[in-house]
Design a binder for this molecule. Sequence first.
Ligand code: K7E
Ligand code: CUA
Length: 622
Amino acid sequence: MNKWIPPVAGLAAGILAATLVFGGGGPRTEQTATSTAKNTNAEKVYVPFGEKDEYYLMASGGHSGQMFVYGVPSMRKIRTIPVFSPDSATGYGYDEHSKKMLGDFTWGDLHHPAISETKGEYDGKYLFATDVANSRAAVVNLETFTTRDIINVPNTSGPHCAAFVTENTEYMFLPTRFAVPIGSEYASLDDYSEKYRGVMSAVTFDQEKEKLNVAYQVALPPWSYDLSDAGKGMSSDWAVMTTYNTEEATTNLEINASQADRDYIVLFNWKELEKMIQDGKYDEVTGQKMIFPEKHKGGIYLVPVAKSPHGVDVTPDGTRFIASGKLAPAMTVFSFEKAFEAVKKGDFEGERNGIPVLKYESVMEREVNPENALGPLHTQFDDKGMALTTMFISSEIVKWDPNTGETLDRVAVQYSPGHAAAAEGDTASPDGKYIVALNKLAKDTYLSVGPSHPESMQLIDLAGKKMEVIQSAPVDPEPHYAQMIKADKIKTISVYDIDKKNPDAISSNEDARIERKGNEVHVYGTAMRSKFTFDAKAKRPDVIEVNQGDKVYIHLTNIDLDQDITHGFGINKYDLNMEVQPGQTNTLVFTADKAGTFPLYCTNFCSALHQEMSGYLLVKPK
Ligand code: K7E
Ligand code: CUA
């Protein structure tokens, strides 16, 4: 490094990082054409110390159950948000609030994050996600980047299609990936076609109470619903979703669910479904308002599509939807206008399971088949409305014009992209600056860590003449999907207001006390650099003494109202940990069933005397 002085001293770290990423070595005294290109790329992704990234990337953590937050263009990981799985680092899943939200589940499979929208634009307030593993939906508050609510979605197994919100976050639609009998009761697979259903749930979110709610459900045919997207502008009352296994196969799906030449896109008008509910056109099943489309007609249509489709994406102007087929080399562009026309005229080719099927030719606008491109999965858009489709098999992103079908550009990625996330990509006005390829395989990209490698995200610059990969970052499993939002749309708080109305909160050390009610012990304590105070009047204020068998409630308030001074609270050998962020009150509840002496300590490094921030839990034997 000392031989070669970068133009700006601060750039050195960035160049070095980029050199590592791009595998550069060799002498740096001579500037070759390639190394100049590398340096230009390094500058594009370098965010100097003191400056911040331009975008947040909210990435799915797949079967880690979590969400990961990255900065773009640096691709630095900033945070893990625990959502569907416990997290030792933050005590998520141990304190009372998060423990209740998680229930008995210890893992989740998070596929598609969705930022709340206002008028078709990300508004930066909330982030939604669903869990394919245990059929849950969750909401994360983006003032604090914490999970606020989780609901179990009944009658559904694996809401993979979600979460995609409507233009003003009126609904998220959660169709099921796995058909199950309603109520998930036992039913022989021989009765699959009669007894199984692919239930779609319409979920609403109450911002005031920060609560999710299943408004109603629709008992769709027993097919697998894969991906969905909400309409925009002229199509804002509508939504689309892909479905496969319309063969209703019950075994060897990889063969049996690919028999028919065509599957369907389900096209539905959620305003009409809403009206059906208001008009009482539903059955009450398992405590849910359930619409059976074969009984109450209208609002739902099927559009034939090339077999085994995966992604379906609505164009930013809301005029078209584009389906991609795992097994077909082509993308199909459909027109909402044509679909509406066909619905109005009743131009159907028949019915499937009581749902009208529109004629392919009446709705289809064009099939697009870029040369040698294979395995189209998902489409995003740039600022000119051009489509950017990931090609899983040919490992590339192809840019093409939905108006003409013309291929405009392509860029190789390493390797096998699933989704990609463009800057403001799902809004009515994408930025056209960046797209991140979410690659399923890294193979030789990073230092080897054994037979299993990390997944990989690659940042692609869209601003230049040609798309270009300019940065690459390893990522934990599994980057299914992500959304990229302009950083200035997110308004975080720096400390919590101590909630004076919360009976568990106290705001000064003097109020710290331990109250006993029978064999229940309530500790109202504080955390402040660098001590715990559980009982202000006691000889040892940082000690909690209880009897074996007591039920212990520890309510802890962090009264250090200073940005980033988070305290942790862990108890040795009791498998208990939680955190209190500045101003936050949190509660641990446990039964002191083990007698003995248990040191407790602050788990989060908070000051020079952090090591001293400790005490004891003494449990007197019976
Ligand atoms: Cu991995 Cu959206 Cu679950 Cu496609 S999904 S690749
Ligand atoms: Cu408080 Cu470490």
